[in-house]
Design a protein around this ligand. Structure first.
Ligand code: ADP
Length: 598
């Protein structure tokens, strides 16, 4: 069963002239009930909480000093307030965290949906590591601010409440108690401002360490092959040292500000005792008031400190949001046309005067003309960089040409629904990517509901069956990044099986047998021929053995067709073909070991 998921109901406002926060508001609005419940509950919690010092005051004045009331009444009262505050705060926190994670979920889905629609040109430009970090830490930063920001504001409202209560009890003492609060607020904001650049530095330097570690792990074979562990270690140590420096700078700033921030309220306590004490002696205040004001002073301090935190969170969220918007604002150039066609293709392929440039400006196809009849098998041959893979990519519309057209069955590929086109144009790439799932699911990637018997049949035809059977769990063996490592040739056979199972009318083998042992390739030639029968096949080939599968050979050079014909004809008449073949044979020795793991 395909996994079901909740599609986010909101989206980021596409109006780029708005501030980041206003653009993100629809996300917050989508969860307003939850957020509003949380905020109201936390407000109720505060209302309850500020009653406690007041109850303490009345209790001390009436039950302890004047002895006109029972002490127990006040004890129960305060205990009940404490329990109620606890319960309300628990609920408020639960709802707040839920809001935060709902927003995070939406944002993650919005970004991923957009990324999935991005054209290949986008992936040529961005680094995957950078994308990963954007989709985790940036989402977290924005989510934190959107959900926790309002909550901190509510927390700060306690100051107003408490100040109001204090004013009603003893105006003069209230002013004394509040005297240091603006200073705390100011210092809190200043500290965060000082820390902010350093915390950015820490983030980016941590990302630097992650990159080095990532390269060490992914490139471990190269590192070991060149015995470069020492050099790598030095690179890592340097990156780690940069992180250490930033952390120490951060600690230095914190240790300078924190003691002041923490001890200022104690100064307030002394002031309250001094002024309150005098007032009590003069009969203008009660002991209960001093005790209550002490509690208020301590209660008021956290919100003022949080104000500084909120400003920092806001700065970070703004930067993160802008990075996220950068992705979301990149339009997808390759999109479905307004009225997409869904024909069943027979596989007549035609490239007409196609010019194509990669996003970095490389001219890859320079007026390419190519026609392939339905059911024909054509081999594309040419030097590295002559544009062979690019032809395959344009056929599946991974990119759109700069000029000229790519047609299938007479339809410009831009007029077809993308999914219709890609369902019917199967590509087996040279580097087969395997997901960390069982082999059978890897083979059935294009048809997740295919019965096992068909999966096995596809594997047999691709010559994958023989090694799959030897794996510890057969078709249930988990392969890929976090599973069993397969050799390059084995991966390619899985990829061929994957394409076979989908059974598309147009098939592109992009150097898809390059890592397969020649002996094995010969063995599966029968299957490959079977695979090509009745469908249009384009083979990007280096080896003579692979070329022999094709009825016609097309020679590419610098992005255009320079000769075509049968292998024998080209061999006899085209010196450039002979040259390319000779080079190709040197480049990819036929006895290349299959164990070269990718
Ligand atoms: P072939 O498959 O014949 O080796 P390609 O089609 O891969 O050739 O490449 C054609 C040209 O386009 C080469 O100059 C290559 O460097 C360039 N190229 C290929 N892929 C990209 C890419 N993703 N971004 C930029 N340039 C590319």
């Amino acid at each position: 069963m395909p996994p079901t998921y909740r599609v986010p109901t909101a989206a980021i406002d596409p109006d780029v002239t708005k501030t980041w926060l206003r653009r993100a508001l629809p996300l917050v609005r989508a969860h307003r009930t939850l957020l509003f419940s949380s905020l109201s509950l936390s407000f109720v919690g505060l209302l309850l909480q500020v009653q406690i010092p007041n109850a303490l005051r009345i209790g001390i004045d009436r039950a302890v000093t004047a002895r006109t009331a029972s002490l127990w009444n006040f004890v129960w009262w305060i205990a009940a307030l404490a329990v109620a505050t606890g319960i309300v705060n628990y609920l408020a926190r639960r709802y707040l965290l839920r809001t935060a994670y709902e927003i995070e979920y939406d944002l993650r889905n919005i970004i991923f949906t957009h990324l999935a629609r991005m054209p290949f040109g986008f992936y040529d430009r961005v680094q995957s590591g950078e994308l990963m970090s954007r989709s985790s830490s940036d989402i977290r930063a924005v989510q934190m601010y959107l959900a926790f920001g309002p909550s901190i504001l509510v927390q700060c409202s306690i100051a107003v409440l408490a100040f109001g209560l204090m004013l009603s009890i003893n105006p003069l003492l209230a002013v004394v108690a509040m005297a240091t609060m603006p200073v705390i607020g100011f210092l809190g904001v200043s500290m965060r401002k000082a820390i902010f650049p350093v915390s950015w530095l820490i983030q980016s330097r941590l990302a630097g360490v992650a990159t080095v570690v990532d390269e060490n792990i992914n490139g471990v074979r190269v590192v070991k092959a060149f015995a470069a562990e020492g050099r790598q270690l030095r690179t890592l140590a340097e990156a780690a040292d940069r992180v250490r420096w930033a952390y120490v700078a951060d600690a230095r700033i914190r240790s300078r500000w924190s003691p002041v921030l923490e001890n200022l309220p104690r100064l307030s306590l002394a002031l309250v005792l001094l002024c309150g004490g005098w007032m009590v002696i003069d009969g203008h205040a009660t002991v209960g008031e001093i005790v209550a004001f002490n509690s208020y002073v301590l209660m008021l301090q956290p919100p003022f400190r949080m104000l500084g935190m909120m400003i920092m969170m806001g700065q970070r969220a703004a930067a993160s949001a802008n990075r996220i918007y950068e992705i979301l604002d990149t339009p997808s150039e390759v999109v479905d046309p307004p009225e997409p066609l869904d024909p069943v293709l027979t596989g007549a392929v035609r490239f007409a005067d196609v010019v194509f440039r990669y996003p970095n400006g490389t001219l890859a196809l320079d007026g390419l003309d190519l026609e392939i009849r339905p059911g024909e098998t054509v081999a594309l041959v040419g030097r590295t960089g002559s544009g062979k893979s690019t032809v395959a990519r344009l056929l599946a519309r991974f990119y759109d040409p700069e000029s000229g057209t790519v047609r299938v069955d007479g339809h410009d590929v831009r007029d077809l629904r993308l999914s219709t086109l890609r369902d019917q144009v199967g590509i087996v790439p040279d580097e087969a990517f395997l997901f960390s799932v069982p082999i059978r699911d890897n083979i059935a990637y294009g048809r997740p509901d295919a019965p096992l018997a068909e999966v096995v049949a596809a594997a047999v035809a691709a010559g994958a069956d023989e090694f799959v059977d030897d794996l510890p769990d057969g078709y249930d063996t988990v392969v890929g990044e976090r599973g069993y490592t397969l050799s390059g040739g084995q991966r390619q056979r899985i990829a061929i099986a994957r394409a076979l199972l989908v059974n598309p009318p147009v098939l592109v083998l992009d150097d898809a047998t390059s890592a397969i042992d020649v002996v094995v390739e010969q063995r599966i030639h029968g299957a490959l021929r079977e695979l090509m029968r009745g469908r249009t096949t384009l083979i990007v080939a280096h080896r003579l053995s692979t070329i022999s599968l094709a009825e016609r050979v097309v020679l590419l050079d610098a992005g255009r067709v320079v000769a075509e014909g049968t292998h024998a004809h080209l061999l006899a008449t085209e010196p450039r073909y002979v040259e390319v073949l000779a080079e190709g044979l040197r480049e990819v020795p036929d006895d290349a070991p299959e164990e070269v793991r990718t």
